[in-house]
Design a protein around this ligand. Structure first.
Ligand SMILES: NC(=O)c1ccc[n+]([C@@H]2O[C@H](COP(=O)([O-])OP(=O)(O)OC[C@H]3O[C@@H](n4cnc5c(N)ncnc54)[C@H](O)[C@@H]3O)[C@@H](O)[C@H]2O)c1
Length: 439
């Protein structure tokens, strides 16, 4: 096996994204008045990187959970000596603090309203993936960013992670040959899911605000913190959460804007049917799902399972590109590997260069975000391109819900000849929240 040590360092991988070198924070450089909305696990990961980069002055934190705010505020104080103001309602934060930069790391059903409000308030935004929860929300985010001219970076850090950049270079250099099929996947172990009794909402949480535009459900610690991903009211399940990262890898490679047809099937054969009663609930996202995205030049699939793990295959996560010269696997902690079609040729492998403990490349993505603001250049994960990747899980779930394939006009972003499916590109919001318009 040929073991490629790092042929791009982390810093040069970021620079490869742009001709403009990364600006290093030095004394005297501008510090951006920055607010974090959603101060849970990932919000803090981003904020730590923002503070470490050196051009961030954290002025405010916002969360619907007062305990999260307290922990986050304490950590900011330990890291900087400063004390950010704390808010429950992001609208009040934007109005009173007028931040120059806003980080949004709330559950997915909040991304659109908060991003749109933040750019309209004049802030540059770093919003977590996926862009929105339904297609028209995501389109409205694109429009708001374009109308206001603010820089919006989406948290697709795999775009800038060194082993991803290098693997895509290998692919673009033609080393995999002509690619006819792509397979994205995540396989984890799992099992039967028992319902959990609903609970009285803890006093520290503003649950009505947490649910926001989504249906108001009973409080259950299966949802908060972190578990909202597997509830379709708040997110798009495994394909929306993990899937968007891997679907995004082939969307970076293809020059096509989107698929012509989408079909998805899946269910909960092991975990059991979803439960949502006054007394108890389970998650409701599919535990196994296959989606087929039919592009003009290739077919892409997504598959996830939350049972059986995957000891039958070498990799349990990532994306395979199948080409005439062999198979390229781009993975997570397993780096990337090329398996040549010619059995006499050697396998080529490169290790990852991720930041631990959570295995990401946020340092690079944050530096790229600040560089984009300062140079008025494009960030690595523009809202336009992240939108095109983010809608793939949404379309797959719409197909799964309706039980039929969708014909998709990727230029106009319309479902063709299917009025019922077209309605599923948006959803009704719970008042007083209003669905954002993309028109
Ligand atoms: N890029 C990546 O690799 C990556 C990894 C993990 C998470 N994420 C993304 O980060 C985001 C947050 O995920 P997480 O795992 O930190 O979830 P989490 O549940 O730990 O944190 C979300 C926080 O948002 C808060 N919140 C809910 N409604 C709010 C509102 N209206 N205003 C303010 N705060 C509100 C919650 O109380 C919670 O503290 C998601 O979009 C997720 O997809 C990205």
């Amino acid at each position: 096996m040929i073991h490629r040590r790092r042929f791009l360092t982390a810093a040069s991988a970021a620079a490869a994204f742009s001709a403009v070198p990364i600006l290093r924070a030095q004394d005297g450089q501008k510090k951006y008045r920055t607010a974090l909305i959603g101060s849970g696990w990932w919000g803090m990961n981003i904020l730590r990187e923002a503070l470490a980069h050196g051009q961030t002055l954290c002025v405010a934190l916002c969360d619907a959970d007062a305990d999260k705010l307290e922990h986050c505020s304490e950590e900011v104080n330990q890291l900087t000596g400063g004390t950010p103001k704390i808010f429950h309602d992001y609208r009040e934060l934007l109005e009173k603090e007028k931040p120059e930069v806003v980080i949004i790391a709330t559950p997915d059903h909040w991304h659109a309203l908060q991003t749109i409000a933040a750019v309209k308030a004049g802030a540059h935004v770093f919003v977590e993936k996926p862009t929105g929860h339904t297609v028209q929300e995501s389109r409205a985010m694109v429009k708001a960013a374009q109308d206001t001219g603010r820089t919006v970076q989406v948290g697709l850090h795999r775009r800038i992670g060194p082993h991803h950049v290098n693997a895509l270079k290998f692919l673009r250099d033609g080393k995999v040959g002509k690619v006819g099929a792509v397979r994205c996947f995540v396989h984890y172990p799992g099992g039967k899911e028992n319902p959990k009794p609903n609970q009285k909402t803890p006093e520290n949480i503003d649950w009505d605000l947490y649910c926001g535009p989504a249906p108001l459900r009973a409080f259950n610690s299966k949802i908060h913190p972190g578990g909202w991903r597997q509830f379709m009211d708040f997110a798009n399940g495994q394909i929306g959460d993990w899937g968007v990262h891997w679907l995004d890898q082939f969307m970076l490679w293809t020059e096509e804007r989107g698929p012509r047809r989408v079909f998805s099937s899946g269910g909960r054969p092991i975990s059991g049917p979803a439960v949502n009663t006054e007394k108890e609930m389970t998650t409701d996202a599919p535990e196994e799902q296959i989606a087929v995205f039919d592009f003009e030049g290739f077919t892409a699939t997504w598959e996830h399972r939350k049972f059986a793990a995957n000891s039958a295959e070498k990799h349990n996560i990532g994306v395979y590109f199948y080409g005439t010269e062999g198979t390229l696997h781009i993975g997570w902690r397993d780096g990337w590997t090329f398996y040549p079609s010619n059995e006499k040729a050697q396998t080529i492998h490169e290790d990852h260069q991720l930041q631990e403990p959570d295995g990401h490349s946020m340092k690079l993505l944050w530096a790229d975000f600040i560089r984009s603001i300062e140079t008025k250049g494009k960030p690595a994960a523009t809202i336009e391109s992240a939108h095109r990747s983010s809608v793939l899980p949404m379309l797959a779930n719409l197909s799964l819900k309706l039980g039929r394939s969708l014909t998709w006009d990727a230029e106009k972003e319309l479902v063709v000849n299917d009025a019922e499916a077209a309605k599923g590109l948006r959803r009704d919001y719970r008042g007083p929240w209003q669905y954002p318009g993309a028109e």
